[in-house]
Ligand binder design. Sequence first.
Ligand SMILES: [Zn+2]
Length: 289
Amino acid sequence: MSYGDSEYQGQRPLPIGRLILAGIIALVGFITYMGQTQINPVTGEKQHVAMSVDQEMALGLQAAPRMAQQMGGDVSPSDNPKAALVDEVGRRIVRNSDARKSPYVENFHFHLLRDPKTVNAFALPGGQVFITEGLMNRLQNEAQLAGVLGHEIGHVIARHSAQQMAKGQLGQILTVAVGVGADDDRGRGRNAQLVAAMVNQMTQLRYSRTDESEADHYGLKYMAEAGYDPRAMLEVMKILKQASGGQSPPEFLATHPLPETRLEQIRDEIRNDYPDGIPSRLTLGRPLE
Ligand SMILES: [Zn+2]
C-alpha cells in the first residue's frame, strides 16, 4: 500500500455501516430477482420475469395507444389494404404455428403505424405487435412481412420485455447499492453510481442481443410453420441493414442491433433446418407493392 493510500485512510475511516447497508440492499435486490422465476410455457425456459402473463397483457394493452401515437398512430385495417394484410398475416402465423400454444394467443394484435420515415418493428408485452409504414413500404412480399411479424411474435412468447424489466429492476437496485457503499465523499459516490449504471446498460445490451437471436429463431420457425419461405428473413435483414445506413439509425440500432451477425446466424439455421433445400410448399406469398 502506498503512502498516499494510508494517509487517505487515516483521514477517513472505512464506512463499515454504509458497506453493510449496501450489501443488504444488493442482497435483497438479488433475492427478489431470483424469486421472480417462472417456466415459459412455450419455450420451456426458466426465466426471471417481473410480472404475470395477465399483467403483461394488461400492460401491453394499456401502453399500445401511447406507442402508436408516437409513430403517427394506428392505420385502420378496415380502410387500408396494407394494414389489413399486417393483421391477416400476423393472425395466420399465430394460428398455424406453435405460437397458438402460448397463453397470449387470443391477445395478439398486429398494428401498422402511420410513420413513413422510421424503419422499425417492435412488440409490447402480452401480444401487441407493431410495424411502421417506413418498414412495411420497403418489404417486397408477404413472406418478408411474415419474417418481421414472426420475429416480434418470438419476442412476445419468449417474454423478453418482462425479462428485461426484471433485469432493469435488479440493475437499479444494484446501482443504488454501489452508490451507497461508495459514497465516502459526494463526487466518488456519484462516479461509482455512474459506472454501475453504465455496466447495467451494457449488460442489458448484451442480453438484448441474445434476445434478438432468440426472436430470430422463433420467427424463422413460426413463419415456416405458417407456410412461408424462411429465406425471406434474410431479405428482411438486408432491408434493415440498408435502412440503418439511411434515415433512422438510432431507433433501429437501439432495438435491433447487428444485422450482419444475425444474417450469418439465420443463414446457418436455415442450412441446418433444411439440409436438402427449402420444401416447395414454403412460398414467398403475395407480392407487396
Ligand atoms: Zn427484435
